[in-house]
Ligand binder design. Structure first.
Ligand code: HEM
Length: 119
C-alpha cells in the first residue's frame, strides 16, 4: 500500500534513537543516533552499502546477493530484521545488528524517506 508521508515522519521518531538522516550535501534533516546507518537515500540503495557504517555480515551478504530496498523489502525488513534476513538468505543462523521491530507503519516510513530522497 502507498504510505503516508506525514505519518511516516511521526513514526520515524521511533527510529531516530539509532538512525540519523543527513543529505549527501551534509545537511542534517533528522539528528538521531549513530547505532544504525544514515537512512538518507536508502530507497533504491543496495542493502548494507552505506559507506561510513560497519554492518553485520549477513545484511552485507544479502546486499551482495542483490537485495535492494524498495517498499516491499523495506516494509518486511523493519517488521523483523532478523527473521527477514534468515528467510531472505535461507539461513536460520543469520543475524541482524538491528534488533528493533516496527509492527506497522513501515510503508509510511518508506514514503517519508522516499519523499526526502527519491530513488
Ligand atoms: C539497519 C530502518 C530503527 C539499528 C537498518 C536498515 C534499515 C533500517 C532500512 C538497513 C539500511 C541499509 O542497508 O543501509 C529502520 C527504521 C527504523 C529503525 C525504519 C524505525 C522504524 C532502528 C533502531 C535501532 C536500529 C531503533 C537501534 C536500536 C539499526 C542497525 C542497523 C540498521 C544497527 C544495521 C543492521 C546490520 O548491520 O545488520 N535500519 N531502523 N534501527 N538499523 Fe534500523
Amino acid at each position: 500500500a502507498e504510505g503516508d508521508v506525514a505519518k511516516g515522519e511521526k513514526t520515524f521518531g521511533k527510529c531516530k534513537a539509532c538512525h540519523s538522516i543527513v543529505s549527501d550535501a551534509g545537511e542534517t534533516i533528522v539528528k538521531g543516533g549513530k547505532t544504525g546507518p544514515n537512512l538518507f537515500g536508502v530507497v533504491g540503495r543496495t542493502a548494507g552499502t552505506y559507506e561510513d557504517f560497519r554492518y553485520g555480515d549477513d545484511i552485507v551478504a544479502a546486499g551482495e546477493a542483490g537485495l535492494v530496498w524498495d517498499e516491499e523489502t523495506f516494509d518486511e525488513y523493519v517488521k523483523d530484521p532478523r527473521k527477514f534476513l534468515q528467510e531472505h538468505l535461507g539461513d536460520k543462523g543469520a543475524k541482524s545488528k538491528m534488533t528493533f521491530k516496527l509492527k506497522k507503519g513501515g510503508d509510511d516510513v518508506f514514503a517519508y524517506l522516499a519523499s526526502l530522497a527519491p530513488a
